[in-house]
Design a protein around this ligand. Structure first.
Ligand code: UDP
Length: 340
């Protein structure tokens, strides 16, 4: 099978590319940046001739159309994602996530290629009806709060996907819940886990927003990838929405403690944690979500995927990877030197 992955050099995209390469498929990747995450695929003799990377944007319809022609299945993962972007660059978020998605769907329709669209758990917004079910109400804040532009952009993408489904395009929508693992962003950036990772590598205390009682369902990347592949491969998935996550609900404080233990630190020692007010960390244009937990019944029953990796095991694997990876040790070493 020939699989096209937009955003295929990113965290989830690179894991997905590898999983399809391992299965024996060919993988085409379109992304604005080639990263270290996929460099070794080109040099791997086992993948010889089956991996192709093209530098480009999903805003380029002609490029997309040409690549779609060569694909049997398309995963649309390219997006502007990350809290810092929602707050600093709402234009980029809306432009790429809405117009780019529209281009992907149009090219897929033109070439009759099935599309799996990666949406997000942000879709549910601040709904308090946990666990979130795929077909329930969304609750979002006002448009003056930039944070909601990401959720809105992905919802527009989902609507476009359903609109194309009405024209006959096979589409599947998946919504990720806090996926983490090796190759997650650089330390200090983006997500709570990588922020904590940078702090732990430098021997600093962990910064917890408010009291750390807010919860997430941290999903290990291998579990997410099995479910993502099934979205493209299981026939009954077509036309549906799937939460991709785990049913274990974890507070941010609990995550901090698991990570502190991984680094041999006492999680009960108050010196290891600093509590910060939300505004101090994110400014005014942000609203945190108290509980974000998926109902994964559809993932388990229709996709037949059960989450297998516990938080402790996943955090262990992730920390081990960050500790030994040169790329990620470098900024830590530079920062440590600066401090001296
Ligand atoms: N968070 C925290 N300390 C940090 C960064 C984030 O306590 O240094 C919290 C944040 O307030 C949120 C949760 O961790 O409640 C998850 O944040 P993340 O940025 O990973 O993404 P989200 O799940 O909110 O999309």
């Amino acid at each position: 099978m020939r699989v096209l992955i937009t955003g295929g050099t990113g965290f989830i995209g690179s894991h997905l590319a590898q999983a399809f390469l391992e299965r024996g498929d060919s993988v085409l990747v379109i992304d604005t940046a080639s990263t270290a995450k996929v460099l070794d695929f080109r040099n791997n003799p086992a993948y010889a001739g089956r991996f192709q990377y093209v530098k480009g944007s999903v805003l380029d319809y002609t490029l997309l159309d040409g690549m779609m022609r060569k694909a049997d299945l398309c995963y649309h993962l390219a997006a502007v994602v990350g809290v810092e972007h929602y707050v600093d660059d709402p234009f980029g978020v809306l432009d790429v996530n809405i117009n780019g998605t529209q281009n992907v769907l149009r090219a897929a329709f033109h070439n009759d290629t099935k599309v799996v669209f990666s949406s997000t758990s942000e879709i549910y917004g601040k709904s308090t009806k946990v666990p979130f079910k795929e077909y329930e109400e969304r609750v979002l804040g006002p448009t003056s709060i930039d944070r909601w532009c990401y959720s809105t952009s992905k919802a527009a993408g989902e609507h476009f996907a359903f609109a194309y489904a009405k024209f006959g395009l096979p589409v599947v929508i998946l919504r990720y819940f806090n996926v983490y693992g090796p190759k997650l962003d650089k330390i200090d950036r983006g997500r709570v886990l990588t922020i904590f990772m940078g702090q732990l590598l430098r021997g600093e205390p962990l910064t917890i927003v408010n009291e750390g009682r807010q919860t997430r369902a941290f999903t290990y990347v291998d579990d997410a990838i099995r479910a993502t592949m099934a979205c493209g491969l299981v026939e009954q998935a077509v036309g549906g929405i799937f939460n991709i996550g785990t049913d274990r609900e974890t507070t941010i404080l609990e995550l901090a403690k698991v990570m502190l233990k991984e680094f041999g630190k006492n999680p009960e020692d108050p010196k290891n944690i600093v509590f910060k007010k939300q505004e101090e960390v994110y400014g005014k244009s942000y609203q945190d979500i108290d509980r974000r937990v998926p109902d994964v019944t559809r993932m388990k029953t229709i996709l037949n995927v059960q989450p297998q990796i516990s938080l402790e095991e996943g955090v262990h694997k992730t920390c081990e990877w960050f500790k030994r990876t040169e790329n990620f040790r470098e900024p830590y070493a530079a920062a440590a030197l600066e401090k001296k």
